[in-house]
Ligand binder design. Structure first.
Ligand SMILES: Cc1ncc(COP(=O)(O)O)c(C=O)c1O
Length: 436
């Protein structure tokens, strides 16, 4: 038994058993935050796909519904927080999580649409015809970029430079630099912050430097980091970024996405322009000529989906109360603990860790690899543990820090251990298709 008193948020020693995890939960400065959420299952380890509802998110949504009832069209101007500037206001609130100025962040569209408009914008601006990506990307990124090439008469197979991972899990930043050395005409290096499958955290600063050193812009898909990993986009000089609000930001299914555009690019005409991106002071003059807002707001397109935006106001207030540095600290401790437990308790049953062990290289989830990963994911779900499966063999486990404790992590690993020890996977079949 470890008798030293570890600091709040430090990970328990796996050899201390469940008691060690319970003791760590008692020291956890974020332990009480769980009460603010309605977590639907005993063990909800899928917050990297969809975060749960909170009282605060429900309250801000309810307020907009009531304002709609009471004010009708006047809500655009007379609501408690007028609806006309709501997406910009929430962008201001979100900006500290990105390390950006208020005007550089806005809530708009979906992540995929934001990739379309931002990649399209910068392809239009530059002389080049290439975008550097990698073969571990979330597929929508490639679909959108390829479509933008096609619309400009560029062969997507020529335009997309795909850096290949050496191990099928992770990417080395130097391989991105090598790709830039051997390709002229690169307009944008577009990379994720955290890989959706392995959970590797890339070095955003280094990648930005690499892109800039080669005369390219640096853009990022931050879907798996905003709300759990702090960012420093403006200082680093990132050119643009996109992310979802339904994962670690807990703003609800299909919540409005976010985008960041470095102020150096304000004034550029968006590829998918629309009246909501117009300079707000003259938007209702109804001029047929488009004048972009002098902010990231220019990349909005149409009227924001307020009912898909409102929960973010409440859910963000929880993140603000917790503090992103405390969230990250606990997240690292939880994933560290989970990795240690997989090594200690599950490795003998064929599980291994596909996520980097260096905390600086890890986002908020852990990829547990098992040859029958799909069956393991199903067996866990049947036992009250919500996880997801990503082919070919990854069970993703996300101990989201605002509503997951160390004892939860211990319990989940014990449930997995008993599934594997009892040979319960034999009752399951591998299937394809469906939402996992
Ligand atoms: C890295 C990444 N990008 C984009 C998306 C999805 O984008 P959208 O919200 O447009 O469906 C996801 C969804 O999980 C994702 O993991």
């Amino acid at each position: 038994m470890n008798t030293d008193s570890p600091p709040a948020g430090a990970r328990p020693d796996p050899t201390d058993g469940r008691a060690g995890a319970v003791a760590a939960d008692r020291r956890d400065p974020l332990a009480d935050f769980r009460e603010r959420f309605d977590v639907p299952d005993d063990y909800y380890m899928d917050g990297n796909s969809l975060g749960p509802i909170s009282a605060e998110a429900e309250a801000s949504l309810d307020r907009i519904v009531e304002e709609w009832r009471d004010l009708g069209i006047r809500g655009w101007t007379d609501a408690e927080q007028d609806w006309f500037t709501y997406a910009e206001e929430l962008g201001d609130d979100l900006a500290p999580l990105l390390g950006a100025d208020a005007e550089e962040v806005v809530l708009a569209n979906s992540t995929t649409v934001n990739i379309h408009t931002l990649i399209g914008t910068f392809l239009d601006e530059a002389d080049g015809t290439k975008v550097v990506v990698n073969d571990l990307d979330f597929p929508t990124d490639h679909y959108a970029i390829r479509a933008q090439f096609r619309q400009r008469g560029i062969d997507p197979d020529e335009g997309l430079v795909v850096v290949e991972s050496e191990d099928g899990r992770t990417l080395a930043e130097r391989d991105v630099a090598d790709a830039l050395e051997s390709h002229d005409d690169v307009v944008v290096v577009f990379m994720p912050s955290v890989f959706y499958r392995s959970g590797q955290l890339l070095d955003v600063e280094r990648l930005t430097e690499i892109a800039h050193d080669h005369g390219a812009l640096a853009g990022f898909d931050l879907a798996h980091s905003v709300g759990v990993v702090p960012h420093d986009l403006a200082d680093i000089g990132v050119d643009f970024a996109v992310w979802c609000s339904y994962k670690y930001l807990n703003a609800g299914p299909g919540a409005l996405a976010g985008l960041y555009v470095n102020r150096d690019h304000f004034g550029t005409t968006p590829a998918l322009a629309g009246w909501w991106g117009h300079d707000k002071s003259t938007q209702f003059d109804m001029n047929l000529e488009f004048t972009p807002a002098d902010s990231a707001g220019a990349w909005q397109i149409g009227t924001p989906h307020l009912l898909s935006l409102a929960p973010l106001e409440g859910s963000l207030s929880i993140i603000r109360d917790a503090g992103i540095d405390t969230i990250r600290e606990k997240s690292v401790a939880l994933t560290d603990y989970l990795i240690a437990l997989v090594d200690e308790r599950l490795a003998e049953f064929g599980c291994s860790v596909g996520t980097p062990r260096d905390a600086d290289r890890r986002g908020g989830h852990v990829a547990v690899e098992h040859p029958e990963g799909q069956k393991l994911a199903e067996a866990l779900k049947d036992r009250g543990v919500v996880v997801d499966f990503r082919p070919p063999n990854v069970v993703r486990l996300c101990p989201a820090p605002l509503y997951t404790g160390f004892a939860d992590v211990w319990d989940v690993v014990e449930i997995a251990r008993s599934v594997l020890a009892e040979g319960a996977l034999a009752e399951y079949e591998t299937s394809s298709g469906g939402v996992t």
